[in-house]
Design a protein around this ligand. Structure first.
Ligand code: KG4
Ligand code: ZN
Length: 322
């Protein structure tokens, strides 16, 4: 079995999968409630919480899989990108487990993890495909040729990530943090054509969402409190429409340019119902594998060269891919 550990942001997660990609346990302990009162993730608070949760979460995963550490043959852990203090907690836990058992360790890139969520049972996707990765921290268009090779980067965001745009919009609408799912829900009762929110057209396959956020801010400012209450669903629906349109259009353009025959969407924003409708032919991981989890990290570990004992003890985490 492969043990995966993920602590790059505000989810403490552990999972056990088979070499073939069958999930035996996938435990995610979200800290969202802890950070909600601050309107976003507070890095130091996240690190401390990871420290409390990481061992119980690994234990729970083993319990659910009916396994012990004796069954683990490889440890896969996220080493970046993410919050550096948060990453170090997962990495230290992974090193300790691997070291104590003389196991190999695979250092997994969080973004490779999101893509590898598509390689799990029961419906693993076979490359090549064009992948939109849209999360709270990243918005990437990737040309995936092979499970083991680094995907080719076709486009990215010049400012905010798509999930970040959802979260900032939700904040302006008073929906709390994280707000993507809340906008998604509220938008169902609104008119997506009520407001014309512009999405900047940037060259190539890149994205830009910061202007959109400003447009929403101005629209909200113009409304009296009572009026805002009445228009909130329309604002949410129109705002979501603008983000989804940009994501879907750019994905289609990239697919046409590369001749990709298969499309896939991964990352937290892949949970968005309108995006799912806008790209009906795209492969999508199940909802619990879209947002941060450790099954995807264990999955990516299968295609990452493992470091044998004790070579990984000096391994470091990295905050960003630069
Ligand atoms: O992949 P993820 O769990 O964490 C990162 O690696 O960032 O993505 C979290 C992001 C958040 O910005 C959240 O608001 C967004 O995914 N999200 C959604 C939905 N569910 C989660 N955005 C739009 N619609 C949703 N239903
Ligand atoms: Zn993520």
């Amino acid at each position: 079995m492969i043990l995966g550990i993920e602590t790059s942001c505000d989810e403490t997660a552990a999972a056990l999968i088979s070499e073939g990609g069958r999930i035996f346990a996938n435990i995610v302990s979200s800290q969202a409630d802890l950070h909600a009162r601050y309107g976003g993730v507070v890095p130091e608070v996240a690190s401390r919480r990871h420290l409390e949760l990481v061992t119980p979460v690994v234990r729970e995963a083993l319990g659910m899989a009916g396994a012990t550490l004796d069954d683990v043959e490889l440890v896969g852990v996220t080493t970046g990108p993410g919050l550096i203090g948060a990453l170090l907690v997962g990495l230290s836990a992974a090193k300790a487990i691997a070291w104590a058992r003389r196991l190999p360790l695979a250092a997994v890139d969080h973004l490779d993890g999101h893509v590898a969520s598509l390689y799990l049972e029961p419906a693993p996707l076979e490359p090549p495909f064009l992948c939109l990765l849209a999360s709270g921290g990243h918005t990437l268009l990737l040309d995936v040729a092979d499970r083991g090779a680094k995907p080719r980067l076709l486009g990215t965001t010049l400012d905010d990530a798509a999930g970040e745009a959802f979260d900032k919009g939700a904040r302006l609408l008073g929906l709390g943090y994280p707000g993507g799912a809340a906008i998604d829900r509220l938008a169902r009762d609104g008119d997506p054509e009520a407001y014309d929110f512009p999405v900047a057209r940037v060259s190539g396959f890149d994205f830009s969402f910061s202007g959109l956020k400003t447009a929403l801010l101005y629209a909200v400012r113009e409304l009296e409190a009572a009026e805002l209450e009445l228009r909130r669903a329309d604002l949410a629906a129109s705002y979501q429409r603008a983000i989804v349109r940009a994501l879907a259009e750019r994905t289609r353009e990239a697919a046409a340019a590369t001749g990709a025959r298969k499309l896939a969407v991964v990352g937290g924003v892949a949970a968005n119902s309108e995006l799912r409708r806008a790209l009906p032919d795209a492969a999508l991981a199940p909802l619990e594998l879209c947002t941060d989890n450790a099954a995807m990290i264990a999955s990516a570990a299968r295609f990452t060269e493992a470091i044998s004992y004790p070579g990984y003890l000096g391994l470091d985490a990295y905050a960003s891919t630069a």
